[in-house]
Ligand binder design. Structure first.
Ligand SMILES: Cc1ncc(COP(=O)(O)O)c(C=O)c1O
Length: 497
């Protein structure tokens, strides 16, 4: 970046944030599991159980710990990992946002936990909340109709693609068998299109990092079912030609899909629906600060324009009746629905948190959040030594680690008590460090982050390769950890890997 980081930005990282993660070791092993702590056999059940004998037992081993022992166990475990409650977590695109605690309180209200089989009449408050959330999301995205069912952003993509497919089929356009995806897109876009039954056409970026209009022209045809795009894109760049892109896609009869992952850059300022998008998903963990679903137990609502509304999953919520004093709500099946994509109404407690966050921030707060997200990303980028080749960016930027290995940079940043950015993606930037500080971090925290980036930028390969050295778990074999996970927390026996 053009602004010169001053000496204090990188000389002081170690002093400012000397970090040593806790390592609780007892008898040669890390904090034992509860089941490895004191066990007591407790009598349970009894002769009066209505269950068959082979499904019951008379006693069970349970940890018998006092409250302080239990509290210490979980506190110790929490100190041996890094999380958003420990420090900044600037994962670009995958965004781990701080989840305000008040949303947890709202979701924990006894009235939130209604049994999903309750009659519509007895859960009017819940239905109203769903209806209002559909409405909020529709207005924020510029969409006419919304389903709350999909359980993650990626699941929302799949649903959006299935809705697009149903729309084309309904119009006798089964021949459309291609979905175009920019090469810089998130991997889930390619996967959702392929899983939705489409051939995926990969679209190159232009030299400035945006959609290459000539390449788009060449890719579009009567076979095009949709173009999937996120805006700002994964480099944080706003697609300035978005209206022209929308016209080009619509002119060949295709639909424009919005990956809502980066909507936090636009909140309160611009709407995908106004840019010409026809269908979108909302990543509520990224935009509205709910816990990340890890592909499942989160939420990824989908919004569509009027023409696509009849194909949305069932059921949705609508007003049944309205008088001067009372409005009642009901579930309904859209006319040509693609069917159910989740049990009942999706992950309801996550959706309550989404509602609470939007309601608490309101128009002004959401608009302020996008301003701060963009400001924070730009401030941080101006303080770091690494080159940021593509600008002007919005809520996230992609720096290049240059001659260093981005994965080593990430490991070493942990030693300075900050979480590293997303690495090695998008590939358009060599040794990418994709960074999104989010709107919640203060200037002091951003300075600490910058200091960590700059300290690592000055370090030699030997130091980087042997890092992290101050965390509970040191350098792990990532491939084996993913392919052959060991899911219990215990010391290795001889010969065990
Ligand atoms: C650009 C983009 N699209 C889609 C997704 C998928 O969202 P989710 O993780 O909620 O499935 C992500 C990941 O968070 C993303 O960064």
């Amino acid at each position: 970046m053009s602004d010169e980081p001053d000496a204090a930005d990188h000389a002081s990282a170690d002093e400012q944030a000397r970090y040593d993660q806790a390592r609780y070791v007892e008898n040669g092993q890390y904090e034992p599991l509860l089941s490895e702590k004191d066990q007591t056999r407790v009598e349970v059940g009894g002769d009066d159980s209505p269950l068959p004998d082979d499904l019951t037992r008379d006693s069970i081993e349970l940890p018998s710990l006092s409250e302080p022992e239990l509290a210490r166990h979980y506190t110790r475990l929490s100190q041996m990992v890094y999380g958003i409650d420990s420090g900044p977590y600037p994962l670009g695109s995958c965004t781990m946002k701080y989840n305000p605690k008040f949303t947890e309180d709202v979701a924990a209200l006894p009235s939130g936990a209604v049994h999903p089989d309750r009659s519509e009449k007895s859960v009017q408050g819940t239905l109203e909340l769903m209806y209002r959330l559909q409405d909020y999301l529709g207005r924020i995205g510029g969409m006419d109709a919304v389903t709350l069912q999909p359980p993650a952003g990626a699941a929302g993509e799949f649903v959006g693609i299935r809705v697009a497919a149903a729309y084309h089929e309904h119009n006798g356009e089964e021949g459309r068998d291609e979905v175009i995806v920019p090469e810089s897109a998130h991997g889930t876009n390619f996967a959702s299109a392929a899983l939705g039954g489409y051939d995926v056409v990969s679209l190159p970026s232009d030299d400035a990092g945006r959609v290459d209009l000539e390449a788009l022209e060449a890719a579009l045809s009567e076979n095009t079912a949709a173009l999937m795009l996120t805006n700002p894109n994964t480099l944080g760049l706003f697609e300035r030609d978005i209206e022209e892109i929308a016209d080009m896609v619509h002119d060949v009869g295709g639909l424009l899909y919005y990956d809502g992952a980066n909507l936090n850059a636009l909140l309160g300022r611009a709407r995908p629906g106004d840019m010409g998008f026809d269908v979108m998903h909302y990543n509520v963990h990224k935009t509205f600060a709910t816990p990340h679903g890890g592909g499942g137990p989160g939420a990824g609502p989908v919004g569509v324009v009027d023409e696509l509304a009849p194909f949305l999953p069932s059921p949705r919520v609508r007003e049944a009746d309205s008088t001067d004093t009372e409005t009642t709500y009901e579930l309904f099946d859209p006319e040509h629905t693609i069917g159910k994509v989740h049990g009942y109404q999706g992950n309801w407690l996550v959706l309550i948190k989404t509602f609470a966050y939007i309601a608490r921030l309101g128009d002004e707060g959401l608009t302020d959040a996008s301003a701060k997200a963009v400001l924070n990303a730009n401030y941080l980028a101006s303080r770091i030594e690494y080159d940021v080749p593509y600008e002007p960016f919005h809520h996230e930027f992609v720096a290049s680690a240059g001659d260093q290995d981005a994965a080593d940079v990430a490991k070493r940043m942990l030693d300075y008590g900050v979480h590293p950015p997303t690495t090695k993606w998008p590939e358009i930037v060599p040794e990418a460090l994709m960074t999104e500080p989010t709107e919640v971090e203060s200037k002091e925290t951003l300075d600490r982050l910058a200091a960590a980036f700059n300290a690592v930028a000055d370090e030699d390969d030997g130091t980087l390769e042997s890092s992290p050295e101050r965390t509970t778990a040191r350098r792990i074999d990532q491939t084996s950890a993913a392919r052959n996970p060991r899911l219990s927390w215990h010391a290795l026996e001889d010969g065990e890997e």
